[in-house]
Design a protein around this ligand. Structure first.
Ligand SMILES: [Zn+2]
Length: 239
C-alpha cells in the first residue's frame, strides 16, 4: 500500500475507533440497567413486607384454631363434670360457664371469617407481586445480557482496530505520522483529504489552476491543502 493509501486507511480506522469508543462510553443501556436494578431492590423489599404480613395472618389463624380446640375441650370437660341437680348455684355456675365458652366459640368463628378474607387478600397480593418481580427480573437479565454482549462486541472491534492501526502507523514515514497525529487533534478526526478534479474532498474549496500545478510539481503523493492545510493525498500516477 502506498503511503497515501495507508494514510487514508489510518484515518478511516481512527474515525471508526473514535465512534466505537464514544458509543461504548455512552451506552444508555448501562445507565438504564442501573436504575432498573434499583427498582428491583425496592420491589424485593416490598415483597418481604407482603410476606411478613401474610405470615402474621398465618400465625393469627393458627392461634384461633388452637383457642378453638382448647375451648371445645373445656366445653367437653364441663359437660362431663358431675353436678348436683338440686344445687341451684352449681347448676347456674355450669350454665354460665358453658354460655361463656359458647360465646368464645362464636367470637372465634367471627374473627376467623375476617382473618381468612384478609389472608386470601394477602396471598393474592403476594402472588401478584411475585409475578411482577419475576417478569421484571427476566427483563433485567435479558437487558444485562444484551448490554454486555453489545459492550463486548464494541470492545472487540476497538481492540482489533487498535491493533490494525498500530501496524499501519508503523509503515508510515515518521514525519508523515507526526504531521497526521497533530492535524488529527486540530481537525478532530478529519485530517486527511483527497482531491476530485480540482476540489479537495473535505474543505471543498476549488483550487486554481496555478495551485493545482504547484501541488503536482515535486511529484509527491502526500502534500498539504493550500486552503485548509489538511494532509492532501493526490491520485497516484498509475491510477
Ligand atoms: Zn482542504
Amino acid at each position: 500500500m502506498s503511503a497515501g493509501a495507508t494514510l487514508l486507511k489510518l484515518q478511516q480506522i481512527d474515525l471508526e475507533l473514535a465512534r466505537n469508543k464514544s458509543e461504548l462510553a455512552n451506552m444508555p443501556k448501562l445507565k438504564e440497567l442501573a436504575s432498573k436494578r434499583k427498582t428491583y431492590v425496592k420491589l424485593k423489599s416490598e415483597m418481604t413486607k407482603l410476606y411478613a404480613q401474610r405470615k402474621d395472618l398465618d400465625i393469627e389463624l393458627d392461634d384461633l384454631n388452637t383457642t378453638e380446640i382448647q375451648t371445645n375441650n373445656a366445653i367437653e370437660a364441663a359437660k362431663k363434670r358431675h353436678v348436683d341437680g338440686s344445687d341451684y348455684r352449681e347448676v347456674q355456675d355450669l350454665e354460665n360457664e358453658l354460655s361463656t365458652l359458647a360465646k368464645r366459640l362464636d367470637k372465634i368463628e367471627h374473627t376467623r371469617k375476617d382473618v381468612v378474607v384478609a389472608h386470601k387478600e394477602a396471598l393474592d397480593r403476594e402472588t401478584r407481586a411475585q409475578a411482577i418481580i419475576a417478569k421484571f427480573e427476566e427483563g433485567v437479565k435479558a437487558d444485562t445480557k444484551a448490554a454486555r454482549a453489545k459492550a463486548a462486541d464494541l470492545q472487540a472491534q476497538i481492540d482489533a482496530a487498535t491493533k490494525e492501526r498500530t501496524a499501519l502507523a508503523a509503515t508510515l514515514p515518521t514525519d508523515v505520522l507526526t504531521d497526521y497525529e497533530r492535524l488529527l487533534k486540530q481537525f478532530r478526526g478529519l485530517a486527511v483529504e483527497t482531491i476530485q478534479g480540482n476540489i479537495p474532498t473535505v474543505c471543498h474549496t476549488a483550487l486554481q489552476a496555478s495551485s493545482m500545478s504547484d501541488l503536482n510539481h515535486d511529484g509527491s503523493e502526500i502534500t498539504h491543502c493550500p486552503y485548509c492545510h489538511r494532509l492532501l493525498v493526490l491520485p497516484s500516477k498509475e491510477a
